[in-house]
Ligand binder design. Structure first.
Ligand SMILES: CC(C)(COP(=O)(O)OP(=O)(O)OC[C@H]1O[C@@H](n2cnc3c(N)ncnc32)[C@H](O)[C@@H]1OP(=O)(O)O)[C@@H](O)C(=O)NCCC(=O)NCCS
Length: 173
């Protein structure tokens, strides 16, 4: 499902192969990679990042809507500042998980919250009834985003990704 979603400061759009160099500044940063799920293989070079983007772009049309992976671009200067995804959580693939990654030098400006609000509103328009976020207990910034979005704390579980995670949920309204 192709998406282009503007907010006050940002544009959420599909990934392009030409994003590889800028995407590496996000996903190649230790401060970001450290917190990603165990499925994530660290990426240190533009070519490797391009391969990841290629896989994401190829997989897009086969995801169950409204799942997707998107780039977050700052409208003011066109810079790629982050990525956002809505994916079915393993292993049961019933719950949609929202997750974020921002380039470390733009943390603290509310971009993750702003982009998430837009994607969540759009996802609810598509008919899903809840959105989840999961975070490691020590990932204070991710937990703060979930709380800022008004998500409720559901509990702690090891059922996703075989690791202890805090679970948050948001329902329409
Ligand atoms: C998780 C992550 C996206 C959060 O980024 P973040 O910048 O802290 O979150 P936001 O973009 O929502 O910004 C919130 C901060 O901006 C501030 N802010 C400034 N302007 C704001 C605005 N207009 N709206 C909301 N917050 C604003 C808030 O006060 C808050 O500041 P604080 O951190 O000092 O309390 C980022 O830390 C990251 O990429 N981490 C690595 C990857 C990761 O952990 N992903 C989640 C896996 S579950």
């Amino acid at each position: 499902m192709s998406l282009e979603l503007p907010t006050d400061r940002l544009l959420i759009r599909e990934w392009e192969l030409g994003d590889a160099e800028d995407a590496l500044k996000i996903y190649g940063a230790d401060e970001v990679a450290h917190w990603l799920t165990p499925e994530w293989h660290p990426v240190n070079e533009t070519d490797a990042m391009r391969s990841v983007l290629h896989a994401w772009i190829e997989a897009g049309p086969n995801l169950i809507p409204p799942a997707g992976r998107w780039a977050i671009v700052r409208r003011q200067d066109g810079q790629l500042v982050g990525g956002l995804s809505l994916k079915l959580l393993p292993p049961f693939e019933e719950d949609f998980e929202l997750s974020w990654a921002l380039r470390p030098d733009v943390w603290g400006r509310g971009y993750a919250t702003e982009a998430s609000r837009a994607v969540i509103a759009w996802a609810f328009e598509q008919g899903i009834e809840e959105v989840f976020a999961v975070a490691r207990p020590r990932n204070e910034r991710a937990i703060a985003v979930a709380r800022r979005l008004g998500m409720e704390w559901v509990g702690e579980t090891e059922k996703y990704y075989d690791m202890r995670l805090q679970v948050f949920r948001l329902r329409p309204g």
